[in-house]
Design a protein around this ligand. Sequence first.
Ligand SMILES: [Zn+2]
Length: 416
Amino acid sequence: MVPLLSSSSSSSFHCIPSATTTVLYASFFSHQLPPPLLFKPSSLPLTPLALLPLSLLFSSSSQFWFSQPVQAASAMDVETEEQRLLRLISVSCLYANVAPEKVPLLYSPSYNIAFLGLEKLHPFDSSKWGHIHNILVRQGVLDSGKVVEPPEATRDDLLVVHTDKYLQSLNWSVNVAKIIEVPPVALLPNFMLRNRVLKPFRKQVGGTVLAAKLAMEKGWAINLGGGFHHCCSTMGGGFCIYADISLCIKFAFAKFSLSRVMIVDLDAHQGNGHERDFSADDRVYIFDMYNRDIYPQDFEARRWINKRVELRSGTLTEEYITILKKELQVSMDNFEPDLLIYNAGTDILEGDPLGRLLISEEGVKRRDEIVFEFARAQKVPIIMLTSGGYIKKSAAVIADSIINLNSKHLIELNSS
Ligand SMILES: [Zn+2]
């Protein structure tokens, strides 16, 4: 097991958040333009579900299922959106203290999803994150005792980005099934999904948020999970249940004196989730290089990409690398970020049936190296997220790339 980040051997965090250390910008909270909710209960398909008692599909706990009563309040008592987010972030435990001997690499065995064999119904290797960790340890480049295990994002943490309505929609098993693209999951009791599916994702969300704090302190951080770039505040999809990138940025804006964040999204798919969440926020610059021929083809969200680089199916390694270098340089010349979030999906690999690009394993290593070199040249802290990658060799390719970054001294896995 991976030890926790503090010296405590407990499996739970003892968090004493300090509101006094929170820095907030006056304009921080005024950028949300929520898109419409995707799954409306009234439009749910009923055919297979009508055969089951409703109690099997919904949460057995009223904590998540029923709306909290809304208190009547006078105008003086109404909490503004800015105050609400300040309150949520100031009491959050996600920015945990990390022992100095740890390396800024985030992972937990809880990241991995495995239950009842259902995970085998999705082409996604749902234990990819554990496989990456194990390869790094086996290769002798990572001491598992120095890995940072993040706290799990709570419901209040998620409300920094997500609407209450969206989080409540996850109490319907059919909605979770749609998002993770495993239809039989719709037939499972919701309490089972909370523990076996939602919890691993919330743990990975915690890793992405904490990665920003570590990157600001140490210059870089890698979350072996995260990168759920299809999810926005009101809508999930494409195996992305929570908007970890949006949460990471909102926390970073609030906690540090940042004014400009760049997302470099090199997953094979368009990152429509963060694009929708930051559609009206010019402090966030989005570089997105994706296969235009595949999911999600979110043409509305494409309008919010600052640097849109569209590839066609079958793009080869050399062309890919040449375009990346050229366009990334253009973006860096036009925008000087205080923090760079690198969404490093490996579904660009040759053989990935969903990404449909033809990038070699060596090409993925070169790609990651290029992004880290840009960050170093600009002296900007960088967070890497593993995001999509739908074939079994993805874990080994990611591990090889991290080893390559370490050997090039772009990261330091063995530093104390
Ligand atoms: Zn993808």
